[in-house]
Each structure stands twice: as structure tokens, then as C-alpha cells.
Design a protein around this ligand. Structure first.
Ligand code: TPP
Ligand code: MG
Length: 564
């Protein structure tokens, strides 16, 4: 048995020094050097990344994303040449938009059988080698390039991992020639573990200016929609809001748990009415918070906090910001909070807190009333399904969402009292929910994970590969199919533009109906049980059972039949 010290070892050593925990891969024949190095790592009982096998690239990318949502740490995704990369492309682009650090690599041959001294498998000459796969993804990753030579391979991977982790975080793609991986590798001197990326923060004068604005404001309001992307920003936002008794509303783009929904200062999602008489709006992590964008949301001054508020992947954006505090959100809030304590009158602060506690109680009681009424009525819809979540699921449950029309009514009801209790991807790209939820579970095995997914959305997912991964890697999740039997979004959109048209007036619908399968049976080949629920009572019982079954190790599907 030969002990190869080649480019495969260089890559795995770089992964070790980057602290990468998982190599998540859908295979291709370029990866034998890495497999050889990983096999050696196992044989020699060396520390280093575990290998997660996936049957589809979309699943591999989504699992890496879900894992990184929880841990913040980039993982390695190895796919095949150009074809595998393109299968994973949608998820890679979403990772860019959601600022998820990731190291994506695929390989190809660059000698293609023309080198008499190197016997390369024949398939590469004949279309498998794309001749620089970086061009396939360059427009929508943070950086895409190729590894220029065998001696540069190790540092190329290190640099890619370090870049991915810097703001704005995002996926880096490397095209790795098979020939460089097959070449002998000698480390150039001692190798170092890579230090963590530092947190950045706005300048002191800018922080002081906002602290002064807050001290002078009579009616400040915080709007947040993606600060909870970083778990540390959740308690940091609580401390910041409490320091000056500032109410917090969730913006229209809320796709993470940003602030505890049971906190006195929490006013609910989409509660934009509170901005009408605000004299200071502090936007904490906002991408497209105001709609329509031409309309300024408030007469008050708007200060935007975020590490890079202008998202280059958006074709249009108007934050209406009068000032920016650029830097890591958690670090910026943590620096601001002690500056607030001195400047604010204690009586005014107490009065403001009491006022907003009252407003919060009103809003939260109204939502509770909606849930109670929906549960008592007995049918299934976002409010009654949320009622069941409140009744059955523990506070640490992580909700992953890939629904469409059900998301806004569901989101406002979900209990998000702890950090990292909600994750939803950006960009409206269906087909990743199962992988995202599995990746979240991989990172948080002790926490229950519930995936809400539309019937249409589920059918865009690599369902068999995902259920295979759930079984093979022991990742039990609860899949709630929000099954209304159609693409409701398509119907809504159609009638929006043609309210008096043919489709609105007749049964002649097009692009709307789904002749779907019995979703509860889809996991039967994988030991995954399912149940069909049409009433609140049946759903709640199914959820109780699913919580039990998943803690025993098996994924459960609940096919929730919704009238609409
Ligand atoms: C990859 C991808 N293809 C197509 C679409 C367009 N699309 C947006 S919503 C939607 C329907 C989703 O149906 P479902 O999950 O059942 O949700 P519902 O509309 O019923 O709420 C489709 C097809 C998309 N967002 N992503
Ligand atoms: Mg549907």
C-alpha cells in the first residue's frame, strides 16, 4: 500500500487548517486524490473533516448552507467538473445572496490525454472538462478562479477559505486541475491553523453620533430583518433595545429570528404603522426593508447598521438611509449599548418602555387570539399550524421555511424566543428546503428541526437524495408539507394582473394545479413514516408523535391538507 503525499493531501491539510468540519460532496472522478487523503486520515486516526456523501449537488450545497447557518463556519462542497457545479449553481447563488461562507470546488483534466507521461482517464477528453469551470459561476459567487499550479494548491485553498469568511461572506469557487492534485506535494515549511476572521466595527465618531441621535430622539424605532443571521446579534439587539427602551419591529424581509417574540419591546413583523411618527429609525440588518422603495417609510432620520448594506447582487435597492454604521452587527451593537446608558433620561426611558410594553401586549394578544380561534375552528391553515407549534414544540425548535404564500401568515405567529429559531433562504429559489433542514440538523443534533414546505416547493427538491441523506447520516427532521394542492402563488399573481380575465372567471387554470403524490408516503423506502392530517386535532397529534419519533432518530412527514 503506497502512502501518497500529493495534491489530495494538500487539500485535506488545508481543510484541517481552516477548521472545516465537513466535506459535503456529490461525487466525480476527479476526487480520488482527496478520497485517498481522507482514507489515510481515517486509517491513521488523524483529526480532520468528515466526509458526507450526497446523491445530488443541490442537496450538498443546501446541507452546507444549513450547517453554516448554525455554526457560521464555511464548509467544503466538492462537486463534479462543470456538470455537478451547474446542478449546485442555484444553491450557490442563494448562498451568495444570504452571505453564507462556503468553499465550493470541482475539478477537471488540463492535459486531456495529450501528455505521454500522464495516463488520464479518457472521459475528460470529450466534454467533461469544461476548460475553466469558474466562468460558469463567476457572476454570482464572491470569487471564482482556478488553481494555477500544484505548488500553489495548498495556499489557494487556504486563501479561498479565508476570503469566504470575510465580509461580505459568501461562496468561493475553485476549479482544481486533476493533474495538480496528482502531483507530489511538499509543504513549504510549517503550516499554520488559520485564525478566525476578525469582527469589524464602525468608527468611534460614527457610533457616538448615533448614540447622540438616540439620546435626543423622542420616538425611536428599530427595524430588523436579517440581523439574526448571526446568533450573537440576537442578544446584542436585546441589550441595545433595552438600553434605550426602543421598540423593535420585524421588517418585511424577516427570514431569521432577530429578536425574542416574547419580549416587551417586540412589536411584531410588518408593524410598519409604528414608523409614521418615529423621529429616528434604526435599521439593523436590512436588505430591501421598504416597499414600495420610492416611498420613504418615516419622517424620522434613518440610520442603517450592517456590515455591507448595499447588496451588489440586488438590481435595485433604496434604503433611504441618512447615515450608515458599517461593520459587524453584533460588534457594532455591543459597542453602542454602553454609550446609551449615560445619555438617556431614566424617567423618559421608563415611560417609553411602559408604552411599548402595552403596544406589544396588544399586538401579541391579537395574534394569540387568531391562533386560538383557528385552533377552535378546527381546520388547517398557517394560524392553526402555528398554534400547534406553540402547543407542542420546545422553545429551542429550529424552523426552516420553504413555503411561499403561507410564509407571511405563518412567520408572524411562530414562537421565536431564542436565537437561530428561524431560517429561510433568500431569492425565492425553490428546491433546497430539505437539504437546508438536514444541514441545520447536522449542526444542531440536539434541537428539533421543523421544515415547512409547500407542495409545489417540495417537488422542486431532490427528495430521494435528501431522504437518503437523512437515513445515512442520521438526521431526523419533521417535514410539514403545506399541501393546498396547487401553486397558490401562481394563481394570485395571475389574478393580480388579470382580475377580470379568462382564468379568473372560468375553471381554465393553467400553471396552477398540482397532481401531486401522497406526500406522507414519499419516505417509505427510507424508513421515514408519514401521516396525513386534515384537522387541527389530527395535526397536533401527528406533531406530538413526530417529536417523539424524531428524537428516536427517524424523519417524519406530515402531509397537512390546507383548503387554500
Ligand atoms: C426553482 C424555482 N422555480 C420556479 C419558481 C416559481 N415559483 C414561485 S412560487 C411557486 C409555487 C410554489 O408552490 P407551493 O410551494 O405549493 O406554494 P403555494 O404557492 O401553494 O403557496 C413557483 C413555482 C421558483 N420560485 N423557484
Ligand atoms: Mg401549494
Amino acid at each position: 500500500m503506497k502512502n501518497y503525499q500529493d495534491g489530495g493531501e494538500a487539500i485535506v491539510e488545508a481543510f484541517r487548517n481552516l477548521g472545516i468540519k465537513y466535506v459535503i460532496s456529490s461525487p466525480g472522478s476527479e476526487w480520488s486524490p482527496v478520497w485517498e487523503a481522507l482514507a489515510r486520515q481515517k486509517h491513521e486516526k488523524n483529526h480532520g473533516p468528515d466526509y458526507i456523501q450526497c446523491w445530488h449537488e443541490a442537496l450538498a450545497v443546501a446541507m452546507a448552507t444549513g450547517y453554516t447557518w448554525i455554526t457560521g463556519q464555511a464548509q467544503a462542497v466538492l462537486v463534479h467538473a462543470g456538470v455537478g457545479l451547474l446542478q449546485g449553481a442555484m444553491g450557490i447563488r442563494c448562498a451568495m445572496q444570504a452571505e453564507v461562507p462556503m468553499l465550493v470546488m470541482s475539478g477537471e483534466s488540463i492535459t486531456l490525454g495529450a501528455d505521454p507521461g500522464l495516463d488520464i482517464e479518457p472521459q475528460w477528453y470529450g466534454g467533461v472538462s469544461p476548460g475553466g469551470a469558474d466562468k460558469l459561476v463567476a457572476p454570482f459567487v464572491k470569487w471564482a478562479s482556478h488553481v494555477p499550479s500544484a505548488p500553489t494548491l495548498y495556499q489557494c485553498v487556504i486563501r479561498a477559505g479565508e476570503m469566504a469568511q470575510r465580509a461580505p461572506q459568501g461562496p468561493i469557487y475553485l476549479d482544481v486541475p486533476l493533474e495538480h492534485m496528482l502531483e507530489d506535494w511538499e509543504p513549504a515549511g510549517a503550516l499554520r491553523p488559520v485564525p478566525p476572521a476578525p469582527r469589524t466595527q464602525a468608527a468611534l465618531a460614527e457610533l457616538e453620533a448615533l448614540a447622540a441621535d438616540i439620546a435626543a430622539a423622542k420616538n425611536p424605532v428599530i427595524v430588523t430583518d436579517h440581523s439574526g443571521r448571526d446568533a450573537a446579534a440576537f442578544p446584542a439587539l436585546v441589550a441595545f433595545a433595552e438600553a434605550a427602551a426602543i421598540p423593535v419591529i420585524g421588517g418585511r424581509g424577516t427570514s431569521y429570528a432577530n429578536f425574542p417574540t416574547d419580549h416587551e419591546l417586540w412589536q411584531g413583523i410588518d408593524a410598519y404603522g409604528h414608523l409614521a411618527d418615529a423621529d429616528l429609525v434604526i435599521l439593523v440588518g436590512g436588505r430591501t426593508p421598504w416597499y414600495p422603495p420610492k416611498q420613504r417609510p418615516s419622517p424620522g432620520r434613518i440610520v442603517a447598521i450592517g456590515d455591507h448594506p448595499h447588496k451588489e447582487w440586488l438590481i435595485y435597492q433604496d434604503l433611504h438611509a441618512d447615515a450608515y454604521l458599517e461593520g459587524d452587527i453584533a460588534a457594532t451593537l455591543a459597542a453602542l449599548t454602553p454609550m446609551l446608558q449615560a445619555g438617556i433620561d431614566a424617567n423618559a426611558k421608563a415611560a417609553r418602555r411602559a408604552k411599548w410594553a402595552g403596544e406589544s401586549a396588544k399586538a401579541m394578544n391579537a395574534l394569540q387570539g387568531e391562533r386560538d380561534a383557528a385552533a377552535a375552528e378546527g381546520g388547517l391553515g398557517p394560524a392553526s399550524i402555528a398554534a400547534a407549534m406553540h402547543a407542542v414544540m420546545p422553545a429551542e425548535t429550529i424552523y426552516v421555511d420553504e413555503t411561499i404564500t403561507h410564509f407571511p401568515p405563518l412567520r408572524k405567529h411562530l414562537p421565536m424566543t431564542a436565537p437561530q429559531t428561524l431560517f429561510r433562504h433568500t431569492g425565492g429559489a425553490l428546491g433546497q428546503g430539505l437539504g437546508l433542514a438536514l444541514g441545520v440538523k447536522l449542526a444542531a443534533p440536539e434541537r428539533p428541526v421543523v421544515l415547512f414546505i409547500g407542495d409545489g416547493g417540495l417537488l422542486y427538491n431532490p427528495v430521494l437524495p435528501a431522504f437518503g441523506a437523512s437515513r445515512e447520516h442520521n438526521l431526523p427532521i419533521i417535514v410539514v408539507v403545506m399541501n393546498n394542492g396547487h401553486y397558490k402563488a401562481m394563481r394570485q399573481g395571475h389574478v393580480h394582473h388579470y382580475p377580470d380575465g379568462m382564468v379568473a372567471a372560468t375553471e381554465l387554470t393553467m400553471g396552477i394545479e398540482i397532481q401531486g403524490p401522497d406526500y406522507e408516503q414519499l419516505g417509505s423506502h427510507f424508513g421515514i413514516s408519514g401521516v396525513r392530517a386534515e384537522t387541527y386535532g389530527a395535526f397536533k397529534a401527528a406533531l406530538e408523535n413526530a417529536l417523539q419519533e424524531t428524537s428516536g432518530g427517524a424523519t417524519v412527514i406530515i402531509n397537512a391538507i390546507l383548503p387554500d
